[in-house]
Every structure is written in structure tokens, then in C-alpha cells.
Design a protein around this ligand. Structure first.
Ligand SMILES: *Cc1c(COP(=O)(O)O)cnc(C)c1O
Length: 464
């Protein structure tokens, strides 16, 4: 199995990026519960036939849809080792516990975040945002919400972020019982960063109405275009207004480690909390994200609960004083840290920075190709690793061009040529290329532009 998987990765470039799952396979994946066991060889054969050929596409060098990561060979093997040990990483006197602590400390160093902050690994940035906003709520509530819930609040609490903010923040606000009407989605400037004047105006207006502003979520790399909010200004505003400052840096936070790009995240080091992913731009197998919270006590207060069966002991397995289980919703936690530990050791931090910088230069390269092509238009600035563009042709309305671009995107995906995702910027539909892919080469971007223009020509001539 290990040999097959290594060969599968070696030949990833030779296969289509993606292919639809045939109806016959879907049918076989709806079989009834197996009552009797099969020989492992038979089960493995089924895996190779039914599952392996029909993946999501993200390990391919020309996959740039949404924001995903690719995974590396050595971290695949790390998953095998982690599953072999199969520890519960709630927090016990076991090496997996200390490995997670070490990984957290390394990542604080990588991002330049306070070493004495608390943190933990989670399934992804969505849950990282949830944990951070739970801590923000705990910190700023004027009642005992741990005991009496939101009923204890004297005034409704309000969270601010830009319109471009990831929907996981909406989900977090809902899960915390605040509801999305407690969220102010502030319009953005032409560069898709939060409009600071309107943010200040919204905070003042809410205060006048007797509401309680409690948190600003700043973006380090928005999901649609890779835009950065002015994190220095947001940090200062939070300080002045007494608000919690959280940064969603799912992928963008990582550029803090690059001397060439770090200016964009300037101010993030002043945040009360940061959420980011390791399975996107750190190329770890899905799913691993991370949260840091500056005030360890507040973080712990938001998730602490009493349970006699988890009481700590002076020696033995349960002798770790401050388990990770006190800092998030999970009790039984997988050994996510091992792949991060092994990946960082295998490559060194510098290699990750180099690949991040490479992806950013590749996005700039693609932007130049788009600018040079008479039939392609850029839809948004390219501040980082995301390029949004569309095909244009004379004699078509915007609505017709939207339909043409939608068909173009589907043609690229359906034929397995390349996988951008669909984007709409100022009501213009186009292709979005988010490069968090260590396998992408410059020639892949040349290829993308060539096939986009060829397919586009065919669709346009069919439409006219
Ligand atoms: C991907 C992403 C998230 C959510 O992270 P998951 O790992 O998918 O849970 C949050 N914010 C931004 C900006 C993202 O790109």
C-alpha cells in the first residue's frame, strides 16, 4: 500500500486534475452494511477501483480552486505513524502531548506571535475562528455567560468585520448564540480591505444605541481575493475602543514568516487571537488548523468544565496539569501534531517560506499573463496568491459574459485540464486561481492561460 501510494503521488501530474464519479461507482458506494468481513486484499482492491481514481483534485499541480493544500509525501507517512500510536491528545504525560506543545511554540515563532499565548491544533481555521470568538465573548461579556449564558448580558454584543470575511465567522457567531444580526459586515475599499471610516462610524452608532461592541475580526488574506485589512489600524482601534482583536489568517497569516511579504501582516502580532490553517499553505494533510490566544486565562475560562472522571493526578497518565481539552470543544483529539512536527523537521521553516513566496510570484506571473492577453480581464487586484480574471469578447453583454465564463470554468474542470473556481467580483463572473500548491510550476500557468483562451474562443463562437 505504501509503495502504491508513493507511485500514485509520483505520477499525479500525468492524470487529469479531476474527473466526475461515474454513476456505476456511485451506485457501488451505496451498498448495504457489510455483515461479514472480507479479506484485506479485496477491500484494498475496492479502494483502488472505487475510491483512489476519483479524488477531489487538490493534490494535482493545476488545482487552484477555493483554498486548499496539497499535502507532502513525508506527511502522508506521518499520518500512518500517528494512527499506529493512536493516542488521545486530550492532554496526558505522553510524547504526543509534548509534540503538540512544541509545534505550537514553533508556529508562534514562525508567525512572530507571543510565546506565552495559549493555543491548540484544531480541525481547521473555521473552528479556530470559533474558539477565538468564544474567548472574545468570554472576555468582554458584562455577565457570567459561562453560567447564565447570553441571558446575563446587560447589552447585546456586536462583532465587526468586513464584507469579505469568511463565512466561518458567521457560523461561529451563530454557534455562540449571538446570531448573525450581532454581526456588522462593513463595506470594503477598492482593494477589498475594510473601510476604516465606516467601521468607526458603525461602532459609534451602535454605542449610541446602547449596544456593546466587543470584537473586530481582521482579515489577513481574504478568501475571495487575498486582501489584507490594515491590521495596525485595527489593532489601534481595538485598543482605543476596548475591543477584542481577532485575525482570521487562514492562509495569509503565514506570510508573516517571509521577510519579503511580512509587511502585509504587520499589526497581527498585536492581536488578542489569531486563527490559521496548516493544511492550506503549510501543505499538511487535511485537517489541521491552529488558534493562538494571547490571554491564556480567558481562553481557558471559555472552555473549562468540571468532570471528576478527568481529575488530574500527581503521577501517572493523567498528571499533565493543563490539558488541551480545557481550551477547545474536543475531548478526544487526534495526533494532528505529528505531521506538522515531521513536516517542519523534514523541510525546515525556510523551505515553507520559499514555497509561499514562490506561489506569490506565480500569482504575479499569472496576473501579467492576464494583463498581456487582449481577451482576458483582471477582476481584482492581486495582493497575494489569488488571481481573479475573466474572458471577454466584443459584442456580449455582462450577463452573457457571465454565462460564457461559467461555462468556461466548467469546461476546464470537467475535462480535468485545470481547476480554478468560480468567482463573482462586482457582479462579474470569472475564474479564480488561488495558488497554495507546492507542485505548481510556471508552465502550468502558461498552460492554464492557453487552454482558457482556446476553450473560451470555442464557447464564444458557439454563443454568437
Ligand atoms: C479556508 C478559510 C477558512 C476556513 O478554514 P477551514 O480550514 O476550511 O475550516 C477561514 N478563513 C479563510 C480566509 C479561509 O480561507
Amino acid at each position: 500500500m505504501v509503495g502504491d501510494m508513493i507511485s500514485f503521488l509520483e505520477t499525479v501530474r500525468d492524470r487529469p486534475v479531476w474527473r466526475p464519479v461515474p454513476a456505476s461507482i456511485k451506485k457501488r458506494l451505496r451498498s448495504s452494511l457489510p455483515q461479514e468481513g472480507l479479506a484485506p486484499e479485496i477491500v484494498y482492491d475496492e479502494f483502488r477501483e472505487l475510491i483512489l481514481p476519483y479524488g477531489y483534485g487538490n493534490i494535482h499541480p493545476r488545482f487552484w480552486a477555493w483554498v486548499n493544500g496539497t499535502g507532502t509525501v513525508f506527511t502522508v507517512l506521518a499520518e500512518l505513524l500517528a494512527a499506529t500510536m493512536n493516542p488521545n491528545c486530550y492532554g496526558s504525560d505522553s510524547s504526543p502531548f509534548y509534540v503538540e506543545q512544541q509545534v505550537l511554540s514553533w508556529m508562534k515563532e514562525f508567525l512572530g506571535f507571543a510565546q506565552d499565548s495559549s493555543g491548540l491544533l484544531l480541525s481547521g481555521a473555521s473552528i479556530a475562528n470559533f474558539v477565538a470568538i468564544a474567548a472574545a465573548l468570554e472576555s468582554r461579556a458584562d455577565g457570567d455567560i459561562g453560567k447564565d449564558g447570553l441571558w446575563s448580558l446587560k447589552r447585546p454584543m456586536i462583532l465587526y468585520s468586513s464584507e469579505e470575511t469568511h463565512y466561518s465567522v458567521d457560523k461561529a457567531v451563530r454557534m455562540l448564540g449571538l446570531g448573525t444580526s450581532s454581526m456588522r459586515k462593513i463595506p470594503v475599499d477598492a482593494d477589498f480591505s475594510i473601510d476604516l471610516d465606516r467601521l468607526v462610524g458603525a461602532i459609534q452608532s451602535d454605542r449610541r444605541q446602547g449596544l456593546k461592541p466587543f470584537c473586530i475580526v481582521g482579515n489577513a488574506g481574504t478568501v475571495r481575493t487575498g486582501a489584507f485589512d490594515n491590521l495596525q489600524e485595527l489593532a489601534t482601534l481595538c485598543k482605543q475602543e476596548g475591543l477584542w482583536f481577532h485575525v482570521d489568517g487562514a492562509f495569509g497569516a503565514l506570510v508573516a514568516a517571509s521577510p519579503a511579504l511580512a509587511k502585509r501582516t504587520s499589526g497581527m502580532e498585536r492581536a488578542d487571537s489569531v486563527g490559521f490553517d496548516l493544511h492550506k499553505w503549510m501543505f499538511m494533510p487535511i485537517g489541521v488548523g491552529c488558534v493562538f490566544v494571547r490571554d491564556r486565562r480567558v481562553h481557558r475560562r471559555a472552555f473549562e468544565a468540571e468532570a471528576s472522571y478527568l481529575a488530574r493526578t500527581e503521577s501517572g497518565i493523567g498528571s499533565v496539569r493543563d490539558p488541551f481539552g480545557n481550551y477547545g470543544p474536543e475531548l478526544t483529539r487526534g495526533f494532528r501534531a505529528l505531521k506538522v512536527w515531521m513536516g517542519l523537521k523534514e523541510h525546515g521553516a525556510k523551505k515553507y517560506v520559499q514555497i509561499i513566496e514562490q506561489n506569490v510570484s506565480q500569482a504575479a506571473y499569472l496576473r501579467r499573463l492576464v494583463e498581456a492577453a487582449p481577451d482576458l480581464d483582471l477582476l481584482a487586484p492581486v495582493p497575494l496568491n489569488i488571481v481573479c480574471f475573466r474572458l471577454v469578447a466584443r459584442g456580449f453583454t455582462d450577463d452573457e459574459l457571465n454565462e460564457i465564463n461559467r461555462r468556461l470554468l466548467l469546461a476546464l474542470q470537467d475535462h480535468g485540464l485545470a481547476a480554478p473556481s468560480l468567482v463573482s467580483v462586482n457582479d462579474r463572473v470569472g475564474l479564480r486561481v488561488a495558488i497554495t500548491n507546492h507542485r505548481t510550476r510556471q508552465s502550468d500557468l502558461d498552460f492554464l492561460v492557453d487552454v482558457t483562451r482556446e476553450c473560451g474562443k470555442r464557447i464564444v463562437s458557439g454563443s454568437s
